[in-house]
Design a protein around this ligand. Structure first.
Ligand code: ADP
Ligand code: MG
Length: 612
């Protein structure tokens, strides 16, 4: 008996649709691309429930004739190519003719369209790949599409949809990409009928960037323009100068022949260009447009066209990396040259009183280190000695860390030993040294205090004293970051930071815990945006839990005494006493050691006194 059956058209379509759309953001992408291909210069998108309930797009493009309206929802119907060879010269986004047929097979789909030369427009309603309603009506020229209840008929897919917030963030990232790519189009994005983003058409990228991002980014952007005649390659766009950075990659955008693409290798090439300019775990902003001869790139390798394949990937990566590097170097030479001398002088001074640091001082004198240092520069471009020491010390710590860890011996730091100590003092403005029965105990003042603050925060959040700020702190972030932060304001509140979003890109902080009263909280807010973006795929409760932990650790870090801060005798005793009281005293909340013991036998060994 025959077992093989041909799937019905509707079923086959639903299965095929999985290739093109697996979440609301893919639908939005296909629809915006169609509107751009149709020559629209106004595109408005309305979302409900992060696009899961409704995606509604209106454009003022060419519109379609009645015949085309019927055609476009069938499989493999396109007005953009006729033969596969056409791909070599294609200028449109679309070419496969499967987006509308796919989307209409997995949603409750409505298409309204009218072309310029028609008196009337047509509305088609489609359910399960079949037209269920059609009407002729008055309409503006252009196209309007409603995609309701995505995957209502494919439960297996529907259950994989993420929370509203996650889907929304994916759409916003995509929306920003189109806004960067097509500055001549007016884009609007609504959520639950509220206008969230409104970016009028502009003439150039720079103006668009000023609409999309906060001033802080805008003023730290460097323009890039470079050409490689041989490969028919051109790179234009803007990158941040190293004074600006983020904790996530959300502001790295690459466009190849005007398509937004995700290409790991290209991002790596960009980051390599920033080597020695940005600290580990920090990312730049980059909006880079690569145009390349169409013979050298294949745009048809990814079902959702999110990736492209280069004929000579290495050459392209090298082109990006070297241009980024050169541009940054040029900037540093022009703007920061005078600081080189200051750093070198200080490095020499330090090496003379602290021989152990010779290696670091040497490092400080070479150019790379200076660039790294300039990263930490203050607004007035003067490197503060304290900051300099912090950097220097952090270098020192990272070199010493593995050894320090081996030396932690909890028995040596037992209760009795610890209590019975003699304070020697603070050294290098970073470590406290005490003498105990077992030898010398080094305490990293920042790491230790950080741990103390962390444990204190954990125990008694509710009665942590808060202070009303006389001058409320204003934090400027871009609109999309503000939208993310909005959902986490309540977590900050748990930690005693009372804040409120005002306007489209400001947060005002009115109250903080007392020990944070003079601290800028901008960094923690920026980090939170980064964590949320990186943790995008965890469930909401888990997300809150993780972010809460991270804020907790960062707050403790902020509140703690820094390396480079002077400590008087009383405050050193206080710190030692408090450290002794807590349980997890051996490491800071980030896992770095707080205490290092140099035992008497070890000292004796050094002096070859261990002959006994
Ligand atoms: P493709 O974009 O690959 O051609 P689609 O399924 O996305 O395939 O669209 C099919 C066709 O419908 C397009 O080729 C185009 O002619 C027409 N079309 C789709 N969206 C629009 C729109 N917003 N305005 C005008 N025509 C459109
Ligand atoms: Mg298309």
């Amino acid at each position: 008996m025959a077992k093989i059956k041909q799937l019905s058209y509707a079923e086959a379509q639903k299965i095929a649709a999985g290739e093109v759309v697996d979440r609301p953001a893919n639908v939005v992408k296909e629809l915006i691309e169609n509107s751009i291909d149709a020559g629209a210069n106004q595109i408005s998108i309305y979302l409900e429930n992060g696009g899961k309930k409704l995606i509604h797009i209106i454009d003022n493009g060419s519109g379609m004739s009645v015949e085309d309206a019927y055609m476009c929802i069938k499989h493999h119907t396109t007005s953009k190519i006729e033969r596969v060879e056409d791909l070599a010269t294609i200028k449109t986004f679309g070419f496969r003719g499967e987006a509308l047929s796919s989307i209409s097979s997995v949603s409750k789909f409505t298409l309204k369209t009218k072309e310029e030369t028609s008196q009337t427009g047509i509305t088609l309603e489609v359910t399960n790949s079949a037209i269920t309603n059609e009407t002729i009506n008055a309409a503006n020229t252009g196209t309007e599409i409603l995609v309701a209840d995505l995957f209502y008929n494919v439960p297996a897919r529907k259950k994989f949809l993420k929370t509203k917030e996650t889907e929304w963030r994916a759409i916003v990232q995509l929306f920003y990409a189109f806004c960067l790519d097509y500055t001549n189009i007016c884009f609007k994005l609504y959520s639950e009928n509220k206008l969230i983003y409104n970016f009028p058409a502009t003439q150039d990228l720079s103006k668009r960037l000023s609409q999309l991002y906060e001033l802080e980014l805008y003023k730290n952007l460097l323009f890039i323009e470079s050409q490689d005649e041989k490969m028919g390659m051109k790179l234009t766009g803007s990158i941040s100068n190293g004074q600006y950075n983020r904790y996530d990659r959300q502001q790295i955008y690459f466009f190849v022949n005007n398509r937004w693409i995700k290409n790991y290798k290209l991002s790596q090439a960009l980051l390599k260009g920033y080597q020695n300019i940005l600290q580990k775990d920090k990312y730049p902003a980059a909006f880079l447009f690569l145009t390349i001869d169409t013979q050298h790139v294949d745009i048809n390798i990814h079902p959702r066209k999110e990736e492209v394949q280069f004929l000579h990937p290495k050459i392209v990566e090298e082109f990006v990396q070297s241009n980024v590097k050169q541009r940054l170097e040029q900037y540093l030479e022009q703007n920061l040259g005078h600081n080189k001398q200051i750093v070198t002088e200080r490095a020499t001074a330090i090496s003379s009183f602290w021989p152990i640091n010779n290696k670091i001082a040497e490092q400080a004198q070479n150019i790379n280190f200076i660039k790294q240092t300039q990263n930490h520069e203050t607004q007035n471009k003067e490197i503060q000695s304290q900051e300099f020491l912090t950097i220097l010390n952090s270098q020192f710590k990272s070199q010493q860390e593995p050894q320090a860890e081996q030396n932690i011996n909890s028995e040596l730091i037992s209760k009795e030993n610890f209590l019975d100590y003699q304070l020697i003092g603070q050294v290098l403005l970073t470590y406290i040294i005490i003498q105990t029965q077992e030898g010398l105990v080094f305490i990293d003042q920042h790491a230790a205090h950080e741990r103390i603050m962390y444990e204190q925060f954990r125990k008694k959040f509710d009665d942590t004293a808060r202070i009303k700020l006389l001058f409320p702190q204003i934090i400027n972030l871009n609109q999309s970051d503000i939208n993310i932060i909005q959902d986490y304001i309540f977590l900050f509140k748990e930690f005693g930071v009372i804040s409120e979003v005002i306007g489209s890109n400001e947060i005002v902080i009115t109250e903080t815990p007392v020990f944070l009263k003079n601290q800028s909280l901008l960094d923690i807010f920026k980090q939170t945006v980064g964590w949320v973006s990186e943790l995008d795929f965890v469930e909401q409760n888990q997300m809150h839990h993780n972010i809460r932990e991270k804020i907790h650790a960062q707050m403790s870090c902020k509140a703690a005494i820094k390396a480079g801060d002077h400590m008087n005798t009383a405050s050193m005793h206080e710190l030692i006493k408090n450290l002794y009281k807590i349980e997890n005293k051996l490491t800071c909340p980030h896992g770095r050691p707080t205490i290092w013991v140099l035992s008497q036998p070890e000292i004796e060994k050094k002096f070859k006194r261990n002959y006994r």
